[in-house]
Design a binder for this molecule. Structure first.
Ligand SMILES: [Zn+2]
Ligand SMILES: [Zn+2]
Length: 261
């Protein structure tokens, strides 16, 4: 897996962060996402709905597709890819956490399908316990270290294209502690040529991310930045007002934004 890398898309306008109704908290048909993306002038659209996860036996997640929906998801994206190939490049991806306890068995199942890429979106520490709620503030170093350790281990599996909202955890402790933990993670992302995602969903909902302190560390490390629309509704592929404001978060700090409109 990870049949793509960021250097494949130089100079193109891309969005690799798009959901579908299968995650149970998005709207619109798969086709509507494609049509809105074409109208928006995107060269590349990546679908990255929340991956199914094989957690405790019998547990059904309310926020991701089921494993038995994966085949239909992949089929739908591949058939749209073919149908619209003259208008837009489409890729089939998934947004997924790294849960050490369940990752291997889940990925073994996902690998049976022609999924082009995965993005790492760590919304929980482990399974669906310990939600890293974007509305909750964390001040202790222990949770920050645990978050960074999960994301670091996730990217070191070599399975991920980039990290979705790497700054999803709202840390309100000391700046130096934030830097101590986030800097090695950002350096690892830079080393792997992973751009830093500026997540439009967090911005739109007035959450604490995209986080200025995180962006500044990324600029310091010489990372590239990319906008992830994180669209849970087709019309959000054309949310230009927030798109421009997200761009500004990077450019006004001297960061290098890539693959943008
Ligand atoms: Zn996410
Ligand atoms: Zn998402």
């Amino acid at each position: 897996m990870n049949r793509i890398k960021i250097s494949d898309f130089k100079g193109k306008f891309i969005n690799m962060h798009t959901h579908t109704t299968r995650c149970q908290h998005a709207k619109g048909t798969d086709r509507e996402y494609v049509e809105k993306a074409i109208e928006a002038g995107l060269d590349v659209l990546g679908f990255s709905d929340h991956a199914p996860y094989l957690m405790e036996e019998g547990y059904v997640s309310p926020i991701r597709m089921r494993m038995d929906e994966l085949e239909g998801y992949v089929d739908s994206v591949l058939s749209l890819k073919k149908e619209y190939e003259k208008d837009i490049e489409i890729y089939c991806g998934l947004e997924m956490e790294y849960f050490p306890k369940y990752f291997e068995r889940t990925i073994a199942e996902i690998d049976k399908y022609p999924v082009d890429y995965l993005i790492l979106g760590q919304h929980f520490y482990d399974g669906e316990e310990g939600w890293i709620s974007p509305k909750r503030a964390w001040a202790d170093e222990e949770h920050l270290a645990m978050y960074v350790e999960r994301v670091m281990a996730g990217i070191q599996t070599d399975r991920f294209f980039y990290v979705a909202h790497p700054d999803i955890m709202c840390f309100t402790g000391e700046k130096e502690i934030y830097r101590k933990h986030m800097l090695p993670l950002i350096q690892e992302m830079k080393h792997r040529d992973m751009p830093i995602e500026i997540n439009m969903n967090g911005f739109r909902d007035n959450l604490h991310y995209p986080t200025p302190a995180f962006i500044e560390l990324g600029v310091e490390c010489g990372c590239d930045f990319i906008i992830g629309m994180d669209a849970h509704n087709p019309k959000l592929l054309q949310d230009w007002e927030n798109y421009e404001l997200c761009k500004k978060l990077v450019t006004e700090r001297g960061g290098n934004l890539i693959c943008h409109h």
